[in-house]
Design a protein. Structure first.
Length: 95
């Protein structure tokens, strides 16, 4: 799946990376991707796939909702992790 482009530099991702003391190359190694991919997230506003977003949240020690907001995604209506509980509809239904 192709990554979406926000077209705005993502300075927060760069700030998180630098605060953790990682170079683009080091972060890329942790995420099993090319350093240029990390640069694209920071400089071009490319939005990573969900798997990479989850890994970024773990590395940066921030919530997925915070990271989604930092990538410019609308998270209105998504409950915070601490307040969220599965709805009865989801827990009662079978896939």
């Amino acid at each position: 799946m192709k990554e979406q482009i926000n077209k705005e530099p993502n300075l927060k991702v760069k700030a998180y990376r630098e605060a953790m003391g990682y170079s683009q190359q080091e972060l890329a190694q942790l995420l099993n991707c090319h350093w240029r991919t990390v640069a694209d997230w920071e400089l071009k506003g490319t939005i990573p796939n969900f798997e990479k977003v989850v890994l970024l949240a773990k590395v940066f020690k921030i919530s997925l909702k915070t990271l989604a907001n930092d990538f410019g995604l609308d998270t209105v209506g998504i409950p915070d992790d601490s307040n969220s509980q599965p709805s009865n509809e989801l827990t009662a239904s079978k896939c």
